[in-house]
Design a binder for this molecule. Structure first.
Ligand SMILES: [Cu+2]
Length: 355
């Protein structure tokens, strides 16, 4: 009986439970923000953090608009959003380390430790994750083409794990056959190539389980001459199956659900915004990224100069690419999965574009 009372949140129940907190996207299109600009805006590479705290939001539908009968209905932005994330808690997963120009013989070293960890993914809902360095997704790994990448991996978790990198490397560095048992260690070492946006994940069996539990992350390889300066962001799209039914019931980018709805990302009008995007969502066949109010150049896998000019890209698991955006207008612009079910289950956020 006691087991039956254990909090269980199915995908459908989650929708019902959270429905009053979810806002229809339409009213947000007209949101006007008073006092959204703050000193924090000018911090380069800074996540807006608490900028939205205490701000006043009004619907832009015009004066005399009645307050919503649903107290939470127009609040899918700012402090009342049901995301457990602190203002800068996940900055290390959003802002990559700086790119470095090509330098023969350079070694780029990373330490990664696999651990079991319960993480709060939406207010009051925890997920028994398997993590790289304590977060889902794991840390951003970045190198320049031809750097010697050295990743020292230690398995402090309760199951055998590996790290499998996408890209080019020798067979014995592939993270498929070199299983690292709990308590064990392995150093992966290979020249980073080709330049582009890649990813890494555990490849122990059953693969589906080791990925959906949270063992994945972004892997950027810069071209020998770095890309033009930009406000660089990383977004790893993923999901959580918190009730173990083999389907995701919560979706996110870079950690907890609704992270960038609670803490919109500050950018400036006209500046180059570059997003390194990857899809690691398990169970669902596709995920997607859609931007409101602007178009972007999408470079598939980031390995060449050909791009599509669009506002929506669709990715299967393991697919990734680079987006380049210059916002024409100021204000709040939503971004979200255009698998719209995912939107209301956590995969949505905002850019706060200032002058
Ligand atoms: Cu694993």
């Amino acid at each position: 009986m006691l087991q039956g009372m254990k909090r269980k949140l199915s995908r459908r129940q989650f929708l019902v439970t959270a429905a009053p907190l979810m806002v229809a996207t339409a009213p947000l299109a007209g949101l006007a923000v008073a006092g959204a600009a703050s000193a924090d805006d000018s911090r380069p590479g800074s996540h807006s953090g608490g900028d939205m705290d205490g701000m006043e939001m009004t619907t832009g539908a015009g004066a005399g608009t009645k307050p919503s009968a649903y107290p939470g209905h127009a609040s899918m932005i700012g402090p009342s959003v049901p995301s457990p994330a602190g203002p800068h808690e996940f900055d290390a997963l959003l802002y990559p380390p700086a790119s470095l120009p090509h330098q023969p013989g350079r070694v780029r070293e990373y330490d990664i430790v696999a651990t079991d960890r319960d993480i709060e993914v939406v207010n009051g809902v925890t997920f028994a994750a398997w993590t790289y360095n304590g977060t889902v997704p794991g840390p951003i790994i970045r190198a320049t083409e031809d750097d010697l990448l050295r990743v020292k991996f230690h398995n402090a978790g309760s199951h055998p794990h590996t790290i499998h990198f996408h890209g080019i490397h020798p067979a014995n560095m592939d993270g498929v056959f070199e299983i690292v048992d709990p308590g064990g260690s392995l150093t992966y070492e290979f020249p980073a190539k080709p330049y582009g946006m890649h990813l890494y994940h555990c490849h122990a069996a059953p693969l589906k389980k080791h990925i959906h539990k949270g063992l994945y992350g972004a892997f950027i390889i810069d071209p020998p001459t770095p890309r033009p300066p930009a406000r660089e962001l990383v977004m790893v799209m993923h999901g959580y199956d918190t009730d173990g039914d083999g389907a995701n019931n919560i979706y996110a980018v870079n950690g907890p659900a609704f992270l960038y709805a609670k803490h919109p990302i500050n950018v400036r009008r006209g500046e180059l915004v570059r997003i390194y995007l990857a899809n690691l969502t398990e169970f669902d066949l596709i995920n997607s990224f859609h931007l409101h109010g602007e178009m972007f150049r999408y470079y598939p896998t980031g390995t060449g100069s050909a791009y599509e000019y669009t506002d929506t890209v669709m990715l299967c698991q393991g697919q990734r690419g680079i987006l380049e955006i210059e916002f024409s207008n100021t204000g709040l612009f939503m971004f979200h999965a255009h698998v719209t079910e995912f939107t209301e289950l956590g995969w949505m956020g905002y850019f706060n574009v200032s002058e």
